[in-house]
Design a protein around this ligand. Structure first.
Ligand code: 6PG
Length: 236
């Protein structure tokens, strides 16, 4: 099936388009469970949600999870939670009970188990796996997504919900959703900005052995819709 590719003239226009889509999706549901990505790309999306859309979205319906987290304290500059708090959560009216933070400050293997249980107890189950309404995904230049790095393609066959992993370059401990949970989502999107990502995007779309090399190439929702939101600099 041809992927749903949306290419925008700028990251700002990409962000507004997604905010419009998300506002529409929330309006149709009583509860939305969304798993957020980290890194820097989501910042502009969170800013759009927190500004033009902060009063257009019924935030009490939205329950925030993370697709991955660095194993650092929540006030660390490295924390995906802190980035989200700074750019979105502190700017909208939302209850703490709607925020399901990965406790990056805790021992990673124990936290992976705790978070897996928390997800299973709060996200509805479809085909024996949690089914997020939406999963935000970033793309690393090595083809990683969430914290599934190229040395851990096995995580697309893991029976677990979350796993404790390591960034192979920095050896930073991380916790990530596994591939089967990502592929069980109702909807998901890659958000990709910048010319530095053009090379990996081209490889993922064109290399015949992309699935054997790049985790992101293994994201194929079994019963959901996968979107690609790219600015034109990343899709050349
Ligand atoms: C993380 C992310 C990771 C990120 C990509 C892209 O914790 O870093 O979840 O998967 O999405 O590395 O990062 P940028 O948006 O910073 O390019």
């Amino acid at each position: 099936m041809k992927p749903n590719i949306k290419v925008f003239d700028s990251p700002e226009l990409l962000a507004i388009s997604f905010a419009e889509y998300f506002a529409e999706e929330v309006s149709k549901k009583s509860r939305v469970n969304i798993a957020l990505s980290g890194g820097s790309t989501p910042k502009i999306i969170f800013q759009a949600l927190a500004s033009e859309y902060s009063n257009r979205i019924e935030w009490n319906k939205v329950h925030f999870y993370w697709g991955d987290e660095r194993c650092v304290p929540p006030d660390s500059a490295e924390s995906n939670y802190k980035m989200t708090k700074d750019f979105l959560l502190d700017e909208i009216r939302i209850s703490e009970t709607n925020i399901f933070r990965i406790r990056g400050e805790d021992e990673s293997h124990k936290e992976a188990i705790r978070y897996s249980n928390e997800i299973c107890n709060s996200v509805h189950i479809v085909n024996d796996l949690p089914c997020f309404d939406f999963i935000m995904l970033g793309l690393g230049e090595d083809g990683h997504t969430a914290s599934i790095f190229p040395d851990r393609l096995d995580l697309f066959h893991s029976s677990k919900i979350c796993e404790a992993v390591q960034n192979p370059l920095t050896h930073q401990n991380r916790i990530t959703l596994t591939g089967r949970v990502i592929n069980n989502a109702h909807a998901a999107a890659f958000f990709i900005n910048g010319s530095q990502k053009a090379g990996i995007v081209k490889k993922i779309f064109n290399d015949s052995d992309a699935k054997e090399k790049f985790p992101a190439a293994n994201v194929k929702l079994s019963n959901g819709t996968l979107y690609w939101y790219l600015d034109k600099a990343s899709f050349q």
